[in-house]
Design a protein around this ligand. Sequence first.
Ligand code: F6P
Length: 345
Amino acid sequence: MSFVGVLTGGGDCPGLNAAIRAIVRGSVSRGYEVVGILHGWQGLVEGETLPLDRRAVAGILPRGGTILGTSSYDPFREESGVAAILETSRKLGLDGVVAIGGEGTLGVAHRLHAEHGYPVVGVPKTIDNDLGGTDVTIGFDTAVHVCTEALDRLHTTAESHNRVMVVEVMGRNTGWIAAAAGIAGGADVILVPEVPSTIEDVCDHVRHRHDDGKDFSIVVVAEGYQLTRRSGEQEGPVVQEVDEYGYARLGGIGRVVADEIERLTGFETRVTVLGHVQRGGTPTARDRFLATRLGLRAAELAAAGAWGRMAAVRGNEISDCSLEEATLRRRSVPPGWIEASRVVA
Ligand code: F6P
């Protein structure tokens, strides 16, 4: 009998519970015992656990959030954090851990494995979709779906009032949500950190639309976008604060962009910040399906003792990659996506 721990770390997202369910059932079906670790890596310092069997995960497939709780706790930033994790894991009798996370949580997993031989496999989740080694992460599809629906709604009111609507979406330092939802929602302008579109070009485009008889425009801006001028000058991204784990909390660039559009064009411009609505609620069918497939692969990797690996998506197939590949480089939006959005806008 082997004993596996499962944890969720970093920002929550829809699909985490579907992944937990698959990991538990995939492990139990092999005769393994599973325990949930509460509040991310923090739970392995304190030894806070929740027994998980087939029944404990019944009914959680469609539920947003995570039944295990989460935190961005990083043991490498604490004096004796790593030692505590190693000791607690030994005391609990864990044979290995499945960590469901984004770059922070899986960065910790990678270091624990590389520097201490810690037995861990990863599952990629983040609405930001910016992890390396996988084509897509759990939570992204739901976030895009929520933003697309919001864009559809904003279109009708923008049109009625002849307004420019600036919609700020999450994504941290990449523009995956902005690009995908912007294309799906027919945005007129998409601003992402990867492509330094200038504010003057944005205003020219909005003016052309007005000259063409379209008196409203939808501008989607990723929270990590830097306001760029034709002179080359850049402002932003807007950082609200740096949290206790050292992560910059972004937000506010939508207001800056809207003020500039109104100042330069004279058109009435409003801002909507979608915020955590993008991370809450029930996962889409695609996210449930993805989380289930990735969770089952993670259970398989753990059973095989393939520590240091992460379940991943390549094309339509589930495969795996090293935790190093997953966390080494942030994956950015291909510039072709923004080109495509300009063609169809
Ligand atoms: O990484 C997911 C994410 O939602 C980012 O898109 C966003 O910048 C950040 O988390 C917000 O974090 P918090 O929930 O801590 O405010």
